[in-house]
Design a protein around this ligand. Sequence first.
Ligand code: AMP
Length: 218
Amino acid sequence: MNLIIFGPPGAGKGTQSDFIVKKYNLFQLSTGEILRNEIKNKTELGIKISSTMTSGSLVSDEIVSKLVERFISNKKYKNRLIFDGYPRNILQAKNLDSLLRKYEQKINLALNLSVSLDIIKKRISGRSVCLICGKIYNEYFNKAPLNSNCCGSKFLQKRSDDTLDLAIKRFQAYEKTTEPLIEFYKNLNLLKVVNGETSIPQINVEISGLIDSKEGWL
Ligand code: AMP
């Protein structure tokens, strides 16, 4: 099965994708993560997109489509992808549909994590990632443990686009360009909306229920 998970920045897409990946043995395709790695590794693409990313704007559809095709075309990931942070607009959704057709695949479920701006502000401005193990923490909701080997304060790093101002800007961009995907996937009968404001384990359970209820997938 191939899944899409979308919602405003800070909705918990990464956290929930991690969980789904482990439980259903899928592969997480996070376009944001791939693009951040390009910048970190100072690749030609990384240098090109660096200022766009730090300003909180979207990278071009063409660049993202090419990146995504690398994964969809790889037999290792066939029908095992969870798209996190992609598609971000209707054009990308249509591109994704064509790419999947080209490689004889389809989307089985589109999960929309719904979270209000008030919660998003805290989630984004409080978020940090452990440089050692990649675990995500939040100073308001899910504090990192005091640890000297991993996840301790000296290993926690904030993403450069995780500021309050940019959180608001990215939320507004989401409402304008990504939220229309709700209608798009509703019309295809693939949409399930999940309340992203409850606890992480509660959301895990709700998402598992939705995946498990689709017979013949696994
Ligand atoms: P994310 O980690 O999904 O919040 O993405 C972080 C940043 O990466 C975004 O603000 C965009 O600059 C870029 N990005 C990630 N996914 C996409 C996408 N599907 N289309 C365009 N830009 C993207």
